[in-house]
Design a protein around this ligand. Structure first.
Ligand code: HEC
Ligand code: HEC
Length: 156
């Protein structure tokens, strides 16, 4: 939409309601971002923003202590090219109960076999199939939003 139309519109609205738009908001509206700057920055919805650089996963992984009970442990190795899709789950080629011993990896825990009805399945539960939903690497990624979480007392 033309900036001039929006400006006229905002002035009309101001006159009727006493509600004012700042110049910045008008520009924001004009740019299709509704005057809102999000985590994506002020990129318009229809614009493809260049991807952020890949996070570096450090070679030396540390043993990071848990902050709460039942926290998914961090992944202590790289995961590049590890496919998790309809056809393949690379993670399970090392972490499944049949492969873990041979690969020297930790077995997925029993909780990973329980479905949402609390039934224990013979194979990984569908809700645990996409490992990276819960487990992440130890890349040095700064939090995107502020957070005042504190470790539970029993783990302090
Ligand atoms: C080539 C074998 C292999 C593959 C593939 C693999 N891992 Fe691992 N993983 C290991 C081994 C070995 C360990 C033991 C710790 C280490 O690396 O020193 C481990 C450790 C872990 C741990 C930590 C377990 C704990 O008790 O702290 C997590 C979580 C994990 N892997 C998740 C994943 C996920 C998610 C994927 C898929 C994206 C994956 N792994 C793919 C071999 C593998
Ligand atoms: C819905 C979240 C979720 C998903 C999805 C998930 N995990 Fe976990 N995982 C956890 C939690 C929480 C724990 C810690 C508590 C426990 O042992 O269940 C854990 C524990 C583990 C452990 C350590 C087990 C141990 O005995 O210390 C490994 C290894 C692991 N997961 C691998 C995987 C792999 C491989 C996948 C994909 C096939 C996967 N997880 C999918 C949440 C998840």
């Amino acid at each position: 939409m033309k900036k001039s139309i929006l400006l006229t519109l905002s002035i009309t609205l101001t006159l009727i309601s006493g509600f004012t738009f700042s110049e910045e908001q008008v520009v924001g509206l004009d740019r299709g971002i509704g005057g809102v700057e999000s985590l994506r920055g002020d990129t318009e919805l229809e614009t493809t923003r260049p991807a952020d650089p890949m996070k570096k996963v450090p070679r030396d992984q540390v043993d990071i202590e848990s902050s709460y009970v039942f926290q998914p442990p961090l992944i202590p190795h790289h995961i590049r090219h590890y496919e998790v899709s309809l056809n393949a789950n690379k993670c399970l080629s090392c972490h499944s109960w049949t492969k873990a011993k041979q690969m020297g990896a930790t077995k997925i825990s029993v909780t990973h076999f329980i479905n949402r009805n609390d039934e224990v399945l013979a194979d990984v539960s569908p809700r645990r199939y996409f490992c990276l939903q819960c487990h992440v690497t130890q890349a040095d990624a700064k939090p995107l939003v502020g957070n005042s979480f504190e470790r539970v007392k029993s783990l302090q």
